[in-house]
Write a protein that binds this ligand. Sequence first.
Ligand SMILES: [Zn+2]
Length: 89
Amino acid sequence: MRSCIACREKKTKKDLIRLAGKDGVVEVDTQGKKIGRGVYLCPFSECWETGLKGNRLEHALKTSMTWENRTTLLEYGKSLPEKGKTRDE
Ligand SMILES: [Zn+2]
C-alpha cells in the first residue's frame, strides 16, 4: 500500500498516480517505470492542488522544481476529476 502525499489515504499503487523526481525535474509517471524517487497522489484534482501547494512535493522528493515544472503538474491535475464528483453520481 502507498499513501497519497496530499490526503494521506492509503491505496494500492494502481489507484494512485506516481510522480518521479530526478535531476530536479518532476514528471508524471503513468507507467510507474520512471527512475528516481517517487511519490504518489490520488487521481483527483484536489489532491494535486494540495500536493503541489507549498513545498510538500519537493520535500518528499528531495528536489526543487522550476515554476514551469510546477505549472505543468498543476495543469495535469486540473485535467483530473474532482473527488466529490466521482461518488454518488
Ligand atoms: Zn489523495
